[in-house]
Write a protein that binds this ligand. Structure first.
Ligand code: GLU
Length: 518
């Protein structure tokens, strides 16, 4: 059957969007675009006890930042709205009634206390074909009593009546035929009179049907619900338009076993949320990829390859390339290890693609916070000189490591000296010790003289004059000169640095060093 591809991302607004949810949305988006289909954004907010204010707005802002666009849904509109489930109450009522009328669902009046008592009495109690006859429901109570209870306003739930002993097949694009026996399923609650709202299972199925969803692409954690969903489609008589399922592999911890959690991120120092999240209740702040200085394109590229790859060793893929190459049926069944170090590498790659001018706003912001005023031109020059450097850092486990510049914020510790003259000169610094000798002060004094004679203080002119002097004197002044201008053994090419600082500042720093290191 050829149907228009319509997929959906259907989060529950219970908090910030986990990075695994972002990957799910991305795969839906890629699949939709590749098939000229439509991508729906639905909010599944029928569990009012878990509702968190601000979560919906957070999710919308996350996708805006990442460049993942929806065609219809909350905040956009479309012919199948409303797209927020809490606004669809009346729609669900009708479908709950349809199942009740067909004898495929029933009323259950058991109180929480009665259910607890049963659980205490029967080990691993499950409300199903074996036990429902012992409970207070419309299958065991006389019809008059059921009607009376309802008309008196007694609280009830509607449960799905699952026939035992049926082989249920979930045809999954990634996992193939997943087969379970209906006897292991319980009679799931579909609707609660207390709030007049359906549960996730009913609302999800009804909406996927009404919104003409062709493929349900979601995380592996929903696979256990899939057989129930198949049975619900059949109970409604919608089996011919049932969406095709694809349950994506889990994201796994960077080290060790099990699925990726926020604690892994906290421990190893990487975000598990796209944007920073301020918990409205606890006030706790969780870090986000955006605020950490990641490029959205890098995050997209990194996530796209967690569970799928193009089958060759191409790693840098734009959104357009991903749309072309993505293949849902080639997604892995096995969990994908969340290699956050690789995420940093992707950011390095994408940052380097950007011209220096595009680094400037963020760099300028960092400099301002350090009390430094500079110009965009100067800042761009510094970026150009330093972007290929390697930084040393300590990871969260205390190991000393090196990596390429991967964030604009990596620049500051490496570039301080461009904007601030060394405050002190440390005689005990290894580099200073090694390169500042008896004769150095005199040589630096001479070099300062050479520099002061240069009128147009450009890289080329400095180079020419200094090299002529070096040749005549037969000395190697580079490291000592570096000590003067930087204070230690860091920084770019000395001619570039001197030209950047200008004649006056260069000579001033040399004089200071000569005095301090005498
Ligand atoms: N509301 C579910 C969630 O929070 C949707 C699961 C599904 O895609 O069916 O992820």
């Amino acid at each position: 059957m050829d149907r228009k591809v319509r997929v959906r991302f259907a989060p529950s607004p219970t908090g910030p969007l986990h990075i695994g949810g972002v990957r799910t949305a991305l795969y839906n988006y890629l699949f939709a675009k590749q098939n000229n289909g439509e991508f729906i954004f639905r909010i599944e907010d029928t569990d009012s006890t878990r509702f968190v204010p601000g979560a919906e707005e957070y999710i919308i802002e996350s996708f805006k930042w990442l460049g993942i666009k929806f065609d219809e849904g909350v905040g956009i509109g479309g012919e199948y709205g409303p797209y927020r489930q809490s606004e669809r109450k009346d729609i669900y009522k009708k479908y709950v009634q349809q199942l009740l009328d067909a004898g495929k669902a029933y009323y259950a009046f058991d109180t929480p206390q009665e259910l607890d008592a049963k659980r205490a009495e029967i080990e691993n109690f499950q409300y199903d074909a074996h036990t429902r006859s012992q409970m207070r429901n419309s299958l065991t109570l006389p019809k008059e009593e059921v009607d009376k209870l309802i008309s008196e306003g007694a609280q009830y739930v509607v449960r799905f009546k699952i026939e035992p002993g049926i082989d249920v097949h979930v045809n999954d694009i990634i996992r193939g035929d997943v087969n379970i026996n209906s006897s292991i399923l319980d009679d799931k609650v579909l609707y609660k009179s207390a709030d007049g709202l359906p549960t996730y299972h009913l609302a999800n199925i009804v909406d996927d049907h009404l919104m003409k969803v062709s493929h349900v692409i979601r995380g592996e954690e929903w696979l256990p619900s899939a057989p129930l969903h198949v049975l619900l489609y059949e109970a409604f008589g919608w089996q011919d338009t049932m969406p095709q399922f694809a349950h994506l592999p889990l994201l796994l911890k960077p080290v060790g076993n099990g699925k990726l959690s926020k604690r892994d991120g906290d421990k190893l120092g990487f975000p598990v949320f796209p944007l920073e999240w301020h918990d409205p209740k606890s006030g706790e702040v969780s870090s986000g990829y955006r605020e950490k200085g990641y490029q959205p394109e890098a995050v997209v590229n990194f996530l796209a390859l967690l569970g799928w790859n193009p089958g060759n060793d191409q790693e840098i893929l734009s959104m357009d390339e991903l749309i072309q190459l993505f293949n849902l049926s080639k997604c892995s069944k096995n969990g994908a290890r969340f290699d956050y170090v690789k995420g940093i590498w992707f950011n390095h790659q994408y940052l380097l693609k950007k011209p220096a001018a595009e680094w400037v706003p963020e760099f300028d912001h960092i400099l301002k916070a350090e009390g430094i005023e500079s110009t965009p031109e100067k800042e761009a020059q510094v970026v150009e000189m330093m972007k290929m450097k390697v930084i040393e850092y300590q990871d969260n486990l205390g190991n000393k490591k090196k990596r390429n510049i991967s964030f604009v914020s990596d620049l500051w510790p490496l570039t301080k000296f461009f904007f601030q003259a060394p405050q002190t000169y440390d005689k005990d610094d290894k580099f200073v010790k090694k390169n500042w000798k008896e004769t150095t002060a005199m040589e630096m004094d001479e070099l300062a003289g050479v520099l002061s004679a240069i009128d147009d203080f450009t890289i080329d002119n400095i180079k020419e004059m200094v090299e002529a002097w070096v040749e005549a004197r037969d000395i190697k002044p580079w490291n000592a000169w570096r000590v003067c201008l930087v204070g230690t053994g860091q920084g770019p090419d000395m001619y570039e640095l001197a030209a950047f600082l200008g004649k006056e500042e260069t000579i001033r720093r040399m004089d200071n060093a000569i005095k301090a290191l005498k």
